[in-house]
Design a protein around this ligand. Sequence first.
Ligand code: ADP
Length: 204
Amino acid sequence: MRSAKFITLEGIDGAGKSTHINFIKQYLTQNKIDFVVTREPGGTELGEKLRELLLHDPMHAGTETLLMFAARFEHLQNIIMPSLNEGITVLCDRFSDATLAYQSAGKGVSEEFIKMLQKYTHASVNPDLTFLFDLPTEVSLERLKKTRVLDKFEKEAQQFHDNVRQSYLTLAKLEPSRFHVIDSTQSIDTIQSILKNVLDKTIK
Ligand code: ADP
C-alpha cells in the first residue's frame, strides 16, 4: 500500500508556492491520491485567527515565534497527524522551516529556542518532501508588487528577504534527501515538469 506523505512548500514570498500548489493538487487528484491541502500559519479555525494577528499586527519577534508554534501545535494535533494516520497525504504551504528562516535568520530569534520548540511540538512528525522555491529577492519582490497588497512580512526590507533566502538554502543543504530546491526563475511549465518528476519518484 502507498503510504501517506507529508509534503511542504517553502520559499520567500513571491517565489511561486501558491502557483505550484495548484499544480500539485491536480497531480494528486489525477493520481487518485487522497490528500488535504493546508497552510501555516493557519490550517485550523484557531490557527487562521492567529494567522490574521501574525500577518498584520506588530509584535515582538519572540511573541511571533510562540504564536507560530501555538498555531502549529493546533494544526499538528487536529489536521496533520490525524490525516497522516488515516493514510491521507498532507500538502502544506509552509511549515517549521519557515520559522527558522523568517523568525531566526530574518528577525534574530535564537535558533536554539526555535529548535527546542520544534522538538516539543513535532519531534516525531517531519515532512517527507519539501519543495524549496528559490529566487533572487529582487525578482520575487517585483513579482509580488504586481500582484497583491503586501502583508507585514512581504513589506520587510530586501536584506530581510535575502537573509530568509540564505537560511532556506542552508537548511536545504543540511537535509538534501528531504529538500528539493527549485530554481524559480525558470518558466512555470519547466518548474511543473520538474515537480512531476519528483512526485513520480516520491509518491507513485
Ligand atoms: P508565493 O505563493 O510563493 O508568494 P505566488 O505563487 O503567489 O508566490 O507567485 C507570485 C507571482 O509570481 C504570481 O503573480 C505568479 O503568477 C508569478 N509567478 C510564479 N511563478 C512564476 C514563474 N516561474 N515565472 C513567472 N512568474 C511566476
